[in-house]
Design a protein around this ligand. Structure first.
Ligand code: MG
Length: 221
């Protein structure tokens, strides 16, 4: 086992232990043949920490998968808080709904199935914002489009986390033609050029291998 995996297991076991529900969610996702793309417990705890830090009452997620990260975030919502999560794949959305029911969060989390761009446009039409925390973890080639569509749903102080921004290091390769890399680079170009956004990106290593995430706060709108 890699040292970083052992250290992640140590941190996770102490600071972010999975309960039976989360263990069952992971098992159900594996059994259903879903990719093991969910967050590690220490990464999921980062979302909880951020949600509490901003006093999140409304959370938006793009990319539900089996509902693992939604469960972590929804667990720190206050009474009356709400999380909306967008999932392209109907099969994943159904599994997520079953997992959220297992976690007792069906009334708190709404899973919306369909293309995220449409889902985001609909949320804007509905005046569903502002969201206090946004977690983007879906089609990486669309990362720039997601960020653009999320900003009308944000407020000053909204935190936007984007997962998997390292692409095995290719994010730093200007010659890459990988659509996912291009999508993430386009997102960073937008962030860097937008004076309303204050942002950083951190490389991570551990249970999920080498990757990274970006954390942005909307400074003002
Ligand atoms: Mg991810």
């Amino acid at each position: 086992m890699w040292t970083s995996t052992k250290v992640d297991a140590y941190f996770g076991g102490l600071l972010a232990p999975e309960d039976e529900v989360l263990t069952e969610v992971v098992r159900a996702a594996t059994e259903a043949g879903l990719p093991a793309d969910h967050l590690s417990p220490t990464q999921a705890m980062l979302l909880q920490v951020l949600a509490r830090a901003v006093g999140a009452r409304r959370i938006l997620e793009i990319g539900t998968l089996a509902g693992y990260s939604a469960i972590w975030m929804a667990r720190v919502l206050p009474e009356g808080g709400r999380l909306i999560t967008l999932e392209h794949e109907p099969r994943h959305a159904r599994l997520a709904e079953a997992n959220l029911a297992r976690a007792g969060l069906s009334e708190v989390v709404e899973v919306r199935t369909g293309p995220a761009e449409q889902g985001l446009a609909r949320l804007t039409e509905e005046g569903a914002g502002p969201f206090d925390l946004v977690f983007i973890d879906a089609d990486k080639s669309a990362n720039a489009a997601y960020l653009t569509a999320v900003l009308p749903l944000a407020r000053a102080g909204t935190i936007i986390v984007v997962d998997n921004v390292v692409h095995g290091g290719l994010v730093a390769d200007p010659a890459s033609t990988d659509p996912d890399v291009l999508g993430t680079r386009a997102m960073f170009d937008l962030v860097a050029a937008d004076p309303r956004l204050r942002s950083t990106a951190l490389q991570t290593i551990g249970d999920k291998g080498y990757d990274g995430l970006s954390i942005t706060v909307v400074d003002h709108l």
